[in-house]
Design a protein around this ligand. Structure first.
Ligand code: F6R
Length: 235
């Protein structure tokens, strides 16, 4: 596991974007596993800059997102499809048909989990998975629990996750209580993993990297992966 400490969030975002850019340059049809939330916003901004400067070409890139809230439509401005389109996809030359986010409003959510797991496998697996981390150690929406959930599944969000995400909703009561998330098994099968964390995540990142491997700290499973880079900013 490599740990890169950066001075600040912008430096973190630049370095993360360079790593992702390198992946795309070396393998133009890479399958990128993508995260939403605040952590990768700067990274996505720098990827857009690299595209605008003619350094990166996204035309063959495929993407699979980690998770989506249950019950939200593809157009919901609180949904992760909307987030990805507006934060990255609409600003680069990616083919939207090559971008995948779990369908939060699927009629049969259990079936959707199976479909999504198969979709990731049919793409040939994930070349580079980008992760944020929750203050409780979650990755994707794999919340602390008694075992590591393996495949894409429906999860009851932890109250701390609901509280943290309520900042993005006008009414905290509107924050969905359930989500579809790739499992720990889906994530850990990625060939490379890049976790980005702001300074507010220092404590949980240290626990995940140096502490016991336990499903109580889902990110601790990353200690078992052979190609993980963690970028954490000092401020
Ligand atoms: C989002 C996701 C989550 C976030 C985590 C950190 O797709 O999978 O695990 O990465 O909740 O969120 P931020 O970056 O908003 O602190």
């Amino acid at each position: 596991m490599k740990v890169i400490e950066t001075k600040n969030y912008d430096q973190l975002s630049r370095i993360a974007a360079q790593m992702i850019g390198g992946q795309i340059l070396l393998k133009p049809d890479s399958v990128l596993g993508l995260a939403t939330g605040s952590s990768p916003i700067g990274t996505y901004k720098h990827l857009i800059t690299q595209y605008e400067e003619g350094v990166l070409n996204f035309s063959a890139v495929r993407t699979v997102n980690l998770d989506e809230y249950c019950g939200l439509t593809q157009n919901s401005e609180h949904g992760y499809r909307y987030f990805m389109n507006h934060t990255l996809f609409n600003h680069v030359n990616i083919d939207l048909k090559n971008t995948f986010v779990p369908m939060g409003n699927a009629e049969d959510p259990e079936q959707e989990c199976l479909r999504y797991e198969k979709l990731v496998a049919d793409l040939g697996g994930i070349d580079l998975q980008i992760l944020g981390i929750g203050h409780n150690g979650h990755i994707g929406f794999n919340e602390p629990s008694e075992s590591f959930p393996s495949e894409t599944h429906i999860v009851d969000l932890a109250q701390s996750t609901i509280d943290a995400n309520s900042r993005l909703f006008d009414d905290p009561n509107d924050v969905p209580r359930k989500a579809i998330t790739m499992g720990i098994g889906t994530i850990i099968k990625a060939k490379k993993i890049l976790l980005i964390a702001g300074s507010d995540k220092r404590e949980i990142v240290e626990k995940a990297i140096y502490g016991k491997i336990t499903p109580e700290v889902p990110a601790s499973v990353l200690q078992l992966h052979r190609d993980v880079t963690i970028i954490i900013s000092a401020e």
